[in-house]
Design a protein around this ligand. Structure first.
Ligand SMILES: Cc1cc2nc3c(=O)[nH]c(=O)nc-3n(C[C@H](O)[C@H](O)[C@H](O)COP(=O)(O)OP(=O)(O)OC[C@H]3O[C@@H](n4cnc5c(N)ncnc54)[C@H](O)[C@@H]3O)c2cc1C
Length: 397
């Protein structure tokens, strides 16, 4: 398919698929190479705030997703030990009204499928599954990439390429960045349960955030309320890469003792027999720089801790800005890419830093935890939300 207007994207995660749609909207043809043989059900819950859903609305993805999205009434922040609510931050209609776009709780698979369906319907986008970008070389008029599939290696010559290949990005490494993602001494454990198996409180359309000593717990319904996503995050030393190590319930429960955790939270954690765990990494927030007609989006560019629930949202924002920059600089993708990188730097850095700060605040103990709870309680839900106007009210224009 390669033509003088083709852009190659490595990776069909949220960043790669959304970028394909914004670039096709800017008049490019797009070839996506994805190493996985199928897309869809891997991963668990993802929260998407108005800064991201606004872009999905523009791309026509929001209608596809609406039936499976859950709009939370609010975020209920609770003390792990007493179970009492510290603050309730209203979301629901109030947030949609304030920011002009909804806040959604989704299954990652539903989001990826909705994007992949839109990609499949677009005449200017081709998605090749089970195809890995192995290597590439930059030359005077573009990029030659080596793609590996079950028939062997083939070459694709294109004017520009985007690495949307996630936190362990091989494209980033080949661009010359030998630094590694930094382990932040936390592991996240996830489980997905049928809502019907859970008590009423856990099925309500509310995101519950329980704050404990060196651990916190988040749960919320997804897939139209039929499933409940549970994520427990603990201080830990296990640092293997990947999204899918299975883990034993007993190992997790050691971090959530009955003395320190309210019955409702502890009972919930006892329900799933097996958990999937992954170690949490990010990168320094010095920013990234592509080279020639090659740039990065999403986790490949700026992996972040999940404590602000912005990993997928930042990948979607990247796609919107990259599409706009390459539409404007269509004769010179390289210039458009450098502009995109400089436009993203300050915002992404702030999100990375705030997510890291939350990782400390959520896990406080003793008097520091008491002071945090008093501050949150006196601030109240509305003011807690207003602190994030800079994040949720962002627009690509
Ligand atoms: C399997 C999986 C499960 C996840 N689960 C969660 C979760 O439960 N909660 C959460 O908050 N976030 C999860 N994430 C991360 C979250 O999706 C991302 O932080 C966010 O959406 C940013 O997406 P991204 O497109 O930049 O990267 P990713 O979502 O990581 O997508 C990168 C894609 O690139 C592909 N790829 C990698 N190397 C190559 C290559 N050389 N050639 C071709 N393709 C390549 C990968 O197979 C993957 O599909 C998960 C990611 C994955 C891949």
């Amino acid at each position: 398919m390669a033509s003088s207007r083709t852009i190659l994207i490595a990776g069909a995660g949220i960043g790669g698929l959304t970028s394909a749609l914004t670039l096709a909207g800017a008049g490019y043809r797009v070839l996506i190479a994805e190493q996985a043989a199928a897309l869809g059900d891997a991963g668990a819950g993802i929260q998407l705030s108005p800064n991201a859903t606004r872009i999905l609305q523009t791309l026509g993805i929001a209608e596809r997703l609406a039936p499976s999205a859950v709009v939370p009434e609010g975020l209920s922040i609770r003390s792990a030990r007493s179970g009492a609510e510290i603050a309730f931050m209203p979301i629901g209609q109030a947030m949609a009204f304030r920011y002009g776009a909804p806040y959604w709780m989704l299954h990652r698979g539903d989001l990826q499928t909705a994007l992949a369906d839109a990609v499949a319907e677009h005449p200017d986008i081709v998605l090749k599954l089970a195809t890995r970008v192995e290597d590439f070389a930059i030359h005077s008029n573009g990029v030659t990439a080596q793609l590996r599939d079950d028939r062997g290696i083939s070459e694709e010559r294109v004017p520009a390429m985007i690495g949307a290949d996630g936190i362990w990005s091989a494209i980033r490494l080949q661009l010359g960045d030998r630094s590694k993602p930094i382990f932040r001494h936390r592991t996240a454990w996830r489980a997905m349960l049928p809502a019907a198996a859970l008590p009423d409180e856990a099925r309500r359309p509310v995101t519950r955030l329980w704050l404990g000593r060196n651990a916190h717990l988040v749960h919320y319904p997804v897939r139209g309320g039929r499933l409940v996503n549970i994520v427990a995050i603990v201080r830990d030393r296990w640092d293997a890469p990947g999204w899918s190590a299975t883990a034993a319930r007993d190992e997790l429960l050691r971090h959530f003792s009955r003395e320190r955790w309210a019955k409702a939270a502890r009972d919930l954690l006892e329900l799933p027999e097996t958990w999937i765990k992954w170690a949490l990494f990010d990168r320094s927030d010095l920013g990234f720089r592509g080279h020639g007609p090659v740039t990065l989006v999403g986790d490949a560019a700026h992996p972040m801790l999940p404590f602000l629930a912005q990993g997928a949202a930042m990948a979607i924002e990247d796609a919107a800005i990259l599409g706009a920059c390459l539409a404007q600089d269509s004769a010179d993708p390289e210039q458009g890419m450098r502009r995109y990188e400089s436009m993203r730097r300050a915002r992404v850095r702030r999100v990375q830093q705030e997510a890291r700060a939350n990782s400390r605040v959520y896990h406080l103990a003793g008097l520091s935890a008491v002071a945090r709870n008093v501050a949150m309680r006196s601030m109240g839900g509305e003011r807690l939300r207003a602190r994030y106007d800079w994040l949720y009210d962002w627009r690509p224009d």
